[in-house]
Design a binder for this molecule. Structure first.
Ligand code: MF3
Ligand code: CO
Length: 249
């Protein structure tokens, strides 16, 4: 069932989203060669606590950490770990913040030190694809319009868009209906309505879109070993343009 959100719920999610955007700003300052994703995990945990929020991912389906930290060919659900990041790596930090019952979910891929032009292009295309998807998230459009815009753009650049993981409705729990694939056909799927809150979170691989699952049962990585990036926002469908909840107020 799809939950349309009340004004009060939306206000709480907006506050959670603002805090999450601030947290990403702090992460950006901290990501550099020599720092580990465990350092980032510890920072995020403390930052959320300090601001009266909790990490919704911790304990979710047995997941143990506040953040997902996916390095290079890892697509998503990488575990934070103590290995230092190296110059030229990319790392996706994904997290769900709970502030007074309002949830917000956002992921960003960060470049560690200097990355190649090829990698910069991957990050650029992935971020642009997110905003192309968001543009389609308007009343009257369908879920397939979002996926189609993303897929057409990403594949036009010669990259692969991951199909095994999708965006989703969010609130009161992390994963609610509807599913929001980052591929698809225009005019297909559920019609978007005012008051729906969804995530759009394209994962883009330099190579093939296919993924494999690590033996830890969580971490997905590219089948061909190519690099993978991801940008994610939580947004509200309104009677006008979509409202991005996971940006600074
Ligand atoms: N933030 C992830 C998403 O975008 C959810 C991860 S759930 C976890 O869907 F348990 F793996 F953390
Ligand atoms: Co997320």
């Amino acid at each position: 069932m799809i939950q349309l959100k009340s004004k009060n719920e939306i206000e709480k999610m907006r506050e959670a989203g603002d805090l999450l955007a601030r947290c990403h700003q702090e992460i950006k300052k901290r990501i550099k060669p020599g720092v580990s994703t465990w350092d980032i995990e510890v920072f995020v945990d403390a930052f959320l606590k300090e601001h009266g929020a909790t990490a919704e991912q911790k304990g979710y389906n047995g997941y143990k950490y506040a953040t997902c930290a996916s390095i290079n060919d890892e697509i998503c659900h990488g575990f934070p770990r103590k290995t230092p990041l190296k110059d030229g790596d990319i790392v996706t930090i994904d997290m769900v913040v709970n502030l007074d019952g309002g949830l917000a979910d956002s992921a960003w891929t960060y470049a560690v030190g200097q990355v190649s032009d090829k990698v910069k292009d991957l990050l650029d295309v992935t971020e642009k694809s997110l905003y192309l998807g968001i543009e389609q998230a308007v009343v009257g459009n369908r879920i397939g319009d979002i996926g189609s815009a993303i897929q057409t753009f990403v594949e036009g650049k010669g990259y692969g868009v991951v199909r095994d993981f999708v965006g989703h409705g969010i609130g009161p729990t992390i994963h609610e209906d509807p599913q929001v694939p980052h591929y698809g056909r225009p005019g297909r799927g559920l019609r978007l309505r005012e008051g729906m809150v969804i995530t759009i979170e394209p994962m883009v691989n330099i190579g093939d879109w296919r993924s494999t699952l690590d033996s830890n049962g969580w971490t997905a990585r590219t089948m061909d070993g190519s690099l993978s990036a991801q940008y994610e926002h939580t947004l509200l469908i309104t009677d006008d343009k979509p409202l991005i909840l996971t940006k600074l107020k």
